[in-house]
Design a protein around this ligand. Structure first.
Ligand code: HEM
Ligand SMILES: [Ca+2]
Ligand SMILES: [Ca+2]
Length: 378
């Protein structure tokens, strides 16, 4: 069955070079949800991650046992955090995700990205979810986020169900982390044991959003240094960029490559020619800024390693994708090749790096709060 989804993409208008709707926020049908359903039946090992079956090992309230409370590299987070207080938390997250992704298959990608944009600003503390208020300049208005981030309604939906089941227990920051994992698994990607117990921030930082989130035209040096600033290395950079195996980007994020890459009115010559021509029809020199193109033109809704294969062929969509291969700094080129050759290796490293990213700046213990509504502080 593996290729029922691939088959559909190839024959759909989201195939290579395809343009999609101008609207970044409405539903876009990439594939039929049965693909995901079938895949889940087939790959049993992935079910454990989704169902939370393995979570809770090593958990202990009393700190006896072997609970990885400190010194675990997870900054005080641990997988069994909700095992007693809300054992169904992850099941609720996943059930809302299934509904949301079947309505709009792109939602998996949007939710994965939301966690990234949260973690790179003040850490993974759900700062990205706060609306503007008296003391809050919402991160939603920052350059990398405005007219771009999606999925806030789905997070609200998850939060509402969790508040019903376990009032004031599950933080919005943990919801983002669980939604990112669930979205990965439901798209055919790896699962991982997810450390939990993050608290939600009472502040947000629009200016740090503008500073910390890498722009799409970044050089390899910029990417490496913005990841390093978060305690992430080149391996994390390359594997996490593999998140671009799903989802879409607007014309405005790659237009420069097509028409004026080096301020000389010439395109980026590392782009494969037919791919380049297809992109030009999606993204004209003037206008069309909100036209979307898949980040992985072969399988935009399937979490696989084709993103890396396409980069080898000069078919990375963003400058930041292509420079991982062409940037000629450090080992990123080698890593792109290895992940293109070995999907298992990519999955394994992506899972590890997601845990590392998910641990950035987590608020634990008495720091922060568990918001009742993810859009505002209590
Ligand atoms: C390495 C630096 C990165 C850069 C420069 C970058 C840049 C971008 C840009 C420009 C877009 C399109 C936004 C738009 O059209 O409005 C995008 C989409 C996306 N990014 Fe990244 N990104 C990076 C890393 C990551 C990471 C680490 C992840 C997650 C692990 C991620 C996941 C995604 C996903 C899933 C989408 C598609 C979202 C959707 O379809 O709604 N990105 N990224
Ligand atoms: Ca944050
Ligand atoms: Ca893909």
């Amino acid at each position: 069955m593996g290729d029922c989804c691939l088959h559909r993409y190839a024959s759909s208008r989201y195939g290579p070079g395809a343009v999609s709707s101008r609207n970044n926020s409405t539903t876009q049908k990439w594939t039929h949800f049965t693909c995901i359903h079938l895949r889940r039946l087939k790959t049993k090992s992935k079910l454990s991650g989704l169902g939370g079956g393995t979570e809770g090992f090593g958990f202990s309230w009393w700190g006896g046992g072997h609970a990885p409370i400190s010194g675990s590299g997870s900054g005080g987070l641990f997988p069994g955090y909700y095992q007693v207080s809300c054992p169904q938390a992850n099941d609720i997250v996943v059930s809302v995700l299934k509904r949301a992704i079947s309505r709009d298959p792109r939602m998996a990608a949007s939710l994965l990205r939301l966690h990234f944009h949260d973690c790179f600003v003040q850490g993974c503390d759900a700062s990205v979810l706060l609306d503007s208020a008296a003391k809050i300049a919402s991160e939603k208005n920052a350059g990398p986020n405005r007219n771009s981030l999606r999925g806030f309604d789905v997070i609200d939906e998850i939060k509402a169900e969790l508040e019903n089941a376990c009032p004031q227990t599950v933080s919005c920051a943990d919801i983002l982390a669980m939604a990112a994992r669930g979205s990965t698994v439901l798209s055919g990607g790896p699962s991982w044991e997810l450390p939990l117990g993050r608290k939600d921030a009472r502040t947000a930082s629009l200016s740090l959003s503008n500073q910390n989130i890498p722009p799409p035209n970044s050089t390899i040096q910029t990417l490496i240094s913005l990841f390093r600033r978060q305690g992430l290395n080149e391996i994390d950079l390359v594997s996490l960029s593999g998140g671009h195996t799903i989802g879409m980007a607007r014309c405005t994020t790659f237009k420069q490559r097509l028409y004026n890459q080096n301020r000389n009115n010439q395109p980026d010559l590392t782009m494969e020619r037919t791919y380049y021509l297809g992109l030009k029809s999606v993204c004209p020199q003037s206008g069309g800024d909100n036209n979307n193109s898949p980040l992985d033109a072969s399988s935009p809704a399937r979490f696989d390693n084709t993103y890396f294969k396409l980069i080898l062929w000069g078919k990375g969509l963003l400058t930041s994708d292509q420079v991982l291969f062409s940037g000629n700094v450090g080992n990123t080129m080698q890593l792109v090749k290895r992940y293109a050759e070995d999907e298992g290796l990519f999955f394994e490293q992506f899972a590890k790096s997601m845990v590392r990213m998910g641990n950035i700046g987590a608020l634990t213990g008495f720091k922060g709060e568990v918001r009742k509504n993810c859009r505002r502080v209590n």
